[in-house]
Design a protein around this ligand. Structure first.
Ligand code: KIV
Ligand code: ZN
Length: 511
């Protein structure tokens, strides 16, 4: 019989630890709702002790998101655990996730603690958390580089203390699949009460092995996998959920396990994460990369046309990737738009639908053929972009082979209209200069990319920027048929994020 693998999504916590990847409260809430649609089992909403902003984000999700367990991270101390519970207590199914390192490297250099002290603190912390809820997860940070018999001792003791999920992280991404799988087997064979808890893994991708290590763990008895959308996470990231889930599904002949993930929501969720974090997915990324189902060689194309399975081991539709059909046009009405958006997996309020419809008509007038990707770009722009410090009201730009590139920009800044014109090396440079003058900011542009959403010269352009100001790095995304407008939107999104970071995240504690 096929056993269930619990999917623990940590995009909102470990994923947010990707450089430049912070999300605001509205964005985190949206993503949590999408994760429920995807049917993840547990959403790790954040680390409440890290900052007031993190606390509010976790609380908002715990109080309002239904249909998944909501976890919050806490170090092994009473203050962190109390704070995690204060944020979580409104959840339908709250989980306290507390962690402490077991490796001698961490004990000696970071914690300055003996193994005995570590064991005592882990037990006391789990007991403390278990007074609030029977759903307690304990993570042995840096477990893969720890003495395995010591981890067995710790796991046995924290189960006694009330832990119901035991997580074995490869914190530094050091493990190899065979070795990691054998460690999981060893735990199952040497922790006498292990069957009273769910054994979990949390793998980092420093050697590109996070998915392979997670699969090896499953094959040796782990039943929860911690992962993130698009593999985001600290340094090289975490196990990519889409890769793990599709490997389990596609190779069900090799593993008698399944997940409850609704795979048709994978691609929309990946796009949502790209939009709200501004971190693009590499084109050759498995499952959700732009080239994941593109067949370049003539022989392959011929094979796929004759029979899809000659070169495709998965059906793109099972991942929610559109087949490139024209879905709507400029004569399509609100009902058709609402139905298509629902089919794509999004539920909008009336007010949101109104905004999306107005934008849809504007783009459809210019573009004639609307693909799912176009709708998605509009959705991201209209529904996710909350009115913040700076909003674009109007933009005019002029350029040409002989004329001086000029831009005139009108913004709403904290509710007040302001206008500025500037010249630059090109129209985007002129536009960015005008915005910088209007917002009185002096950020440094680290990265700029423009790509087209769907094909053709009338395609919408998608711009991603990464900027830095006083050591803070943020990203921004914008889409529009006019690429200068798309660039201005991306730049303003990034500036709005900087404002948010300055307000919300002073002195953030770290996991
Ligand atoms: O990588 C890690 O060890 C973690 C723990 C907090 C689970 O993120
Ligand atoms: Zn981690």
């Amino acid at each position: 019989m096929s056993e269930k693998i619990y999917i623990f999504d940590t995009t909102l916590r470990d994923g947010e630890q990707s450089p430049g990847c912070s999300m605001n409260m509205h964005e985190k809430f949206r993503l949590a709702q999408q994760l429920v649609k995807l049917q993840v089992d547990i959403i790790e909403a954040g680390f409440p002790m890290a900052s007031a902003g993190d606390f509010e984000c976790v609380k908002n999700i715990a109080d309002h998101v239904r249909g998944a367990q909501i976890a919050a991270l806490a170090r092994c101390n009473a203050k962190d655990i109390d704070r995690a519970w204060a944020a979580l207590k409104g959840a339908e199914q709250p989980r306290i996730h507390t962690f402490l390192a077991t490796s001698d490297i961490h004990l000696k250099h970071k914690l300055k603690m003996s193994r005995e002290q570590m064991l005592e603190l882990a037990v006391a912390s789990v007991q403390h958390a278990a007074r609030y809820t029977s759903n307690v997860e304990f993570s042995a940070e840096d477990a893969s580089r720890s003495d395995l018999d010591f981890v067995c001792q710790v796991f046995g003791a924290v189960i006694e203390a009330g832990a119901t999920t035991l997580n074995f992280p490869d914190t530094t991404g050091y493990a190899l699949p065979d070795e990691f799988g054998a460690k999981i087997r060893y735990l199952i064979e040497h922790v006498p009460n292990i069957h009273q808890a769910v054994l979990s893994v949390h793998c980092h991708n420093d050697l590109g092995l996070a998915v392979a290590n997670s699969l090896a763990a499953i094959q040796n008895g782990a039943r929860q996998v911690e992962c993130t959308i698009n593999g985001l996470g600290e340094r090289a990231g975490n196990t990519a959920m889409e890769e793990l889930v599709m490997a389990v599904r596609t190779r069900a002949d090799q593993m008698a396990v399944h997940t409850d993930i609704v795979t048709e929501h994978i691609y929309p969720t990946s796009r949502l994460v790209t939009t709200i974090t501004g971190v693009p997915v590499q084109p050759n990324k498995a499952i959700v990369g732009a080239n994941a189902f593109a067949h370049e060689s003539g022989i392959h194309q011929d094979g796929v046309l004759k029979e899809r399975t000659t070169y495709e081991i998965m059906n793109p539709r099972d991942i929610g990737i559109s087949t490139g059909n024209i879905v709507l046009g400029k004569h399509s009405g609100r009902h058709a738009l609402r139905d298509r958006i629902a089919e794509m997996g999004y539920t909008l309020s009336e007010e949101e639908l109104n905004r999306v419809f107005v934008r849809f008509k504007m783009v459809a007038d210019l573009k004639k053929e609307m693909f799912d990707e176009d709708l998605e770009a509009i959705l991201m722009d209209e529904v996710l972009r909350i009115p913040e410090a700076y909003q674009l009201l109007h933009l005019g730009a002029m350029s040409g082979s002989k004329s001086l590139p000029t831009a005139a920009v009108k913004l709403l800044i904290h509710g007040e209209e302001a206008e500025q014109a500037a010249i630059g090396v090109g129209p985007i440079d002129a536009c960015f200069r005008a915005i910088a003058a209007l917002t009185r900011t002096s950020s440094k542009l680290l990265y700029f990319s423009v790509s087209s959403i769907s094909g053709g010269t009338d395609a919408q352009g998608e711009v991603l920027v990464r900027i830095e100001d006083q050591g803070k790095v943020v990203v921004g995304q914008g889409a529009d048929p006019d690429i200068i407008t798309a660039a201005a939107k991306a730049y303003l999104t990034a500036l709005n994020r900087l404002e948010y970071l300055k307000k919300e995240l002073p002195g953030k504690a770290e996991a």
